[in-house]
Design a protein around this ligand. Structure first.
Ligand code: T5A
Length: 217
């Protein structure tokens, strides 16, 4: 059986990734395509434990290098236990954040060496890349306002960052999209949700249909 397609969603805090990811799965369902919805960091029980370590604001310091290693540790667990098996059984995998987040947050936001990130990505991905990435782009103040208005519990290590940090993250994402326009599709996420979903459906509709791939019985 041919493998399913690997779709990732990216963007700053409050861009609407989780909301749109659920919409993507519903859209795929309407096309009779089986989809597995997941997220990073996390996605499996063990990787979610790493997520907790990297997001919670504890007593101990986490350097940018440690943060990067933890992101890739969680990703390696996720790839081995969930993403690869799902793709191999023909499901499409819809993943809320993947390695572009490490490039943007740890690389762009924290200044971690880009070549080192690519070297880790090469080892952890083993050649697997997203087939399509939806970059939900919007001005930082709008994203932060949405994220904060929805927030119920404690602020995590990233949400505690200043606006200037997210400006660097956003700029890094846009640069990635500029370099890989075939894979990374920039979606105007400042628009109302319905208009965002229309842009996303237009991108998904252009993906090459693969015969007998991920079709629900
Ligand atoms: N991280 C992650 C790294 O640093 N490196 C890495 O390699 C990886 C994988 C993870 C954190 O980890 C960092 C980045 C993150 O800081 P997370 O929970 O995955 O955290 O990410 P967040 O961005 O914090 O998730 P959010 O839930 O804040 O943002 P979403 O998912 O983009 O937004 P969503 O869908 O929850 O929507 C937010 C609110 O806006 C509304 C929604 O209803 C919701 O209330 N909304 C809209 N409102 C108006 N118009 C629209 N178009 C809307 N779309 C959504």
């Amino acid at each position: 059986m041919a493998r399913g397609l690997f779709i990732t969603l990216e963007g700053i805090e409050g861009a609407g990734k989780s909301t749109v990811a659920r919409g993507v799965c519903e859209w795929l369902g309407r096309q009779s395509i089986r989809a597995t919805l997941t997220r990073e960091p996390g996605g499996t029980a063990l990787a979610e434990r790493v997520r907790q370590i990297v997001l919670e604001r504890g007593q101990e310091r986490l350097s940018a290098v440690t943060e990067t290693l933890l992101m890739f540790a969680a990703r390696a667990i996720h790839l081995e236990n969930l993403i690869r098996p799902a793709l191999e059984r023909g499901d499409w995998v819809v993943c809320d954040r993947f390695t572009d987040a490490t490039r943007a947050y740890q690389g762009g936001g924290r200044g971690v060496d880009a070549a080192w990130i690519e070297s880790l990505a090469g080892q952890v991905h083993g050649g697997l890349q997203p087939d399509c990435t939806l970059l939900l782009d919007l001005p930082v103040p709008i994203g932060l306002q949405r994220a904060r208005s929805r927030q119920a519990g404690a602020v995590d290590r990233f949400e505690a960052e200043a606006q200037v940090f997210f400006e660097r993250v956003r700029a890094a994402y846009l640069e990635l999209a500029r370099r890989e326009p075939q894979r990374i599709h920039v979606i105007d996420a400042s628009l109302p949700l319905e208009a965002v979903q229309q842009q996303v459906a237009a991108v998904l509709g252009r993906l090459s249909p693969l015969p007998d791939q991920g079709r629900a019985p």
